[in-house]
Design a protein. Sequence first.
Length: 278
Amino acid sequence: MSHEDERPEHRLRRELPDEVAASASSEAPVPGERAASGVTGRQRLVQGLWPPRVSRAQLIVAVLLFGLGFGLAVQVASNSNSDSALRGARQEDLVRILDELDDRTQRLEDEKQGLQKQRDELENSSDQAEEARKQTAEKEKQLGILAGTVAAQGPGITMTIDDTKGTVEADMLLDAIQELRAAGAEAIQVNGVRVVANTYLSDSDKSVSVDGNKINAPYRFKVIGKPQDLEPALNIPGGVVQTLEKEQATVTVGRSAKIVVDALRAAKQPDYARSSSR
């Protein structure tokens, strides 16, 4: 070896290719690492999501959310059905329904004021005992009318249902009675039978029985109440009159300033109930 080769700069030049080769070999990817780097981000995401790992708490929350969603769906469907019935009604029918609701509200308000007046009379009367006896007698008459043990008269309507086809059934007449009660009917009589709180109707050999009393068409209703409330209640869209007319029955409704309901029910003595007043 010459002295020139032993100089530092010559020795560095001679060793440099070996260092570069060693560095290049150390940076080369390992075969295993090359295979791992071939997995994409989407594949790693799928591997993290499947198979799913669901905890008990997550399952309970999912069930509760499903129940809540189902309840909301049922509520929305129910509201949409009721809204669709009114949406298809004519403007005149909607006005009539609103008037009927206003009348019912006014009737309840009048009843409230009457009760408040009775309370004030009891509180302010100089002879509260005598006033109480008068109100008790008046209340007895009112309860007698409702129980059917006392005849009644007053304004109201008459309704005649002519059923020549024999298609009118007991449930249709019951719907008429319920609609009249909701409209404020205070006394009802059907073909000579007084209708009370526990009245029941049933079909009987192509006719109808009211509390076990067989009645035949035409069915005549005598109803005491406010005519302005009773008649519109029967003629609302999809109400009693339209339902009966679909069954090919003829319905006639008329107002009257004086209706007499004189069919009576025998007063029934309760078997077990006794007055609790002392």
